[in-house]
Design a protein around this ligand. Structure first.
Ligand code: FAD
Ligand code: DLZ
Length: 516
């Protein structure tokens, strides 16, 4: 007898805990199943990335001597769910347990936990590819009234020694955000991302995905994700050599025609396990120490991975499953239809959605301050927005998507993650992007027919939540501005916002996501 080791599509690391100390004869299973492709309508590039990476990883495991069973999506006996297929294979190979590393979603974790004492028991092992385990995060969180990133991040810097000089941060500061808020200068162009060769395996997957998931939102043509560790390392080297030096400075910039700017595009490779966060942070620290990147860039980047990425994962595992139901600002609107087409006259949203469609990617500020901010100002229901973010990005895994969407974008957790809602008017977009110059709406106007809708929506949002936000010291100046506004101005803003909202076609409002 022997275990069946189920390796999921985002567990493609040779150091994976479930593969450690496996007895001779253990069978490793990788299963392509329709259910994982459809529980939200994933972007075809995301599905192609995962299946191509799984197929390449299976090949590498075989080459290392593992006994591997690979269930292809169109295999006739495939039962098309992860649990069902693993149990079928365990029976087929006479295995006495299914072993799996903690999955990245509560949905699967719970289903697996429920089978711990079944006739064919499932055994979950901790995923130690992160800096912090959920238990260690829970220890840190215990007894704290707020769980802000900053405190967690400092502790992580001390713990790892990254960018530290003894007990002090290099450069004397923990945070160089102040230097990292420049819009893009007019003629600065970021280098193109590396173009990876599509071998026969990848080409086969692209055909398969077009056939099975061609009805999902998203274009396949521009697929250029790294599908192996080797290709991921090419992307990492490209980032360090060509992008990191500018990363900090233009971290918050938004461009009408450059989708990637100086961002790394490493999130998908990291989340699938093709790269380890530790090696990425070490490479960035080394680039700083070799004088190849300034400190504000290195610190800004390391904070995203050592700080935000670990922090949101900790929150996810300590707060689920109730976290997913939180809706502090009571958003009830369905998702505007144009999130699935880009068919809107708001230039910033149009471009962010088109880039998402073409690349299965939008950078952080587009996610937070364009598609996120608009949904926040329009009271979109968290479940509707979360399903969209989980579907459309190649890097989307619920452990990282949910806290970012529900917590950071929608303030749905009432301030656990962010000390105030990240709401912004058209002025912010005008300052940080070049969209407004090409938009039919004017960011400097608020109530006229050609006024940027974000301006009136912003004040409607502040008015609607004034009571909830009154005790928040960071909201006081904005609430003061609202209080000083004349009644006539307030009414005009409210009217303009309501008139705009009435023109939005939305999916039916719903309180529960498709896969809740
Ligand atoms: P870079 O800008 O180059 O940043 C470097 C790395 O830092 C990223 O690769 C990522 O691993 C990490 N990182 C940066 N910001 C965050 C963050 N806020 N939380 C966690 N890690 C971060 N990231 C995902 O990996 N998967 C998601 O499903 C996801 N959903 C998001 C949804 C919303 C609404 C928002 C606002 C953010 C989301 N993010 C998500 C975080 C972030 O936007 C992406 O990690 C980033 O845009 C990926 O592009 P990049 O690799 O070029 O990032
Ligand atoms: C996202 C995804 C997709 C589209 N397909 C598969 C698949 O066929 N087989 C698989 O093992 N994993 C897939 N995944 C990733 C899983 O959805 C992911 O492992 C869980 O959501 C937990 O993070």
């Amino acid at each position: 007898s022997c275990p069946l080791i189920l390796v999921l599509g985002d567990q493609l690391s040779h150091s994976l805990s479930s593969l450690r100390d496996a007895p001779d004869g253990a069978v490793v299973a990788l299963c392509e199943v329709a259910e994982e492709g459809r529980y939200v309508p994933h972007h075809p590039q995301k599905i192609a990335l995962i299946l191509a990476a799984m197929r390449h990883f299976a090949g590498e495991l075989r080459a290392k001597g593992w006994r591997v069973h690979y269930s292809a999506l169109d295999a006739p006996d495939n039962v098309q769910t992860l649990i069902g297929e693993a149990e079928r294979l365990a029976a087929l190979y006479g295995c006495d347990e299914v072993r799996v590393t903690r999955p990245g979603e509560w949905r699967l974790w719970q289903a697996m936990q429920e089978r711990r004492d079944a006739a064919l028991p499932w055994r979950l092992v901790e995923d130690d590819r992160f800096y912090v385990t959920p238990d260690a995060f829970a220890d840190w969180a215990r007894g704290r009234s707020t769980l802000r990133l900053e405190g967690f991040y400092r502790e992580m810097r001390r713990h790892t020694g990254l960018l530290m000089e003894g007990d002090s941060p290099l450069g004397g500061r923990w945070n160089f955000d102040h230097d990292n808020r420049e819009p893009l200068p007019e003629h600065l162009e970021a280098p193109e991302p590396p173009c990876h060769r599509r071998d026969a395996t990848t080409r086969e997957v692209l055909v398969l995905v077009a056939e099975h998931f061609g009805d999902h939102f998203g274009a396949l043509e521009g697929f250029h994700w790294p599908v192996t560790r080797r290709q991921s390392l090419v992307d990492l080297r490209h980032f360090i050599a060509n992008l990191l030096p500018h990363f900090g400075r233009y971290q918050d910039a938004i461009s009408d025609d450059q989708p990637f700017l100086f961002h790394s595009r490493l999130s998908a490779a990291l989340n699938l396990g093709l790269l380890a966060p530790q090696e990425v942070c070490a490479a960035v620290e080394a680039a700083y120490q070799d004088g190849k990147a300034p400190l504000n860039a290195a610190e800004g980047f390391i904070r995203q991975i050592l700080g935000w990425r670990e922090y949101v994962r900790g929150l996810y595992w300590t707060r689920m499953p109730s976290y997913k139901r939180a809706n502090y600002l009571d958003g009830q609107r369905g998702l505007p239809d144009f999130y699935w087409s880009g068919d809107t006259e708001l230039r910033c949203l149009k471009r962010a959605i088109e880039m998402t469609r073409d690349n299965a990617y939008a950078h952080h500020i587009q996610r937070l301050m364009v598609t996120g901010n608009f949904a926040l100002l329009c009271d979109v229901a968290p479940a509707a927005l979360c399903d969209w973010y989980l579907a459309v990005y190649a890097d989307a895994c619920e452990w990282v998507e949910l806290p970012n969407t529900l917590g950071m974008v929608l303030h749905g957790d009432g301030g656990l993650m962010g000390s105030k809602p990240y709401c912004a008017s058209g002025k912010y977009l005008d300052r940080m992007s070049d969209h407004c110059q090409r938009c039919r709406y004017d960011p400097k106007r608020s109530t006229e027919e050609n006024a940027c809708p974000l301006n009136s929506l912003y004040w409607r949002f502040i008015e609607r939540h004034a009571d909830r936000l009154a005790d928040n010291p960071r909201m006081k100046p904005i609430l003061g501005n609202l209080a000083r506004m004349s009644d006539a101005r307030r009414t005009a803003l409210r009217k303009r916002a309501e008139a705009f909202l009435a023109t939005l076609d939305t999916e039916p409002a719903y309180g529960q996501g498709a896969h809740s």
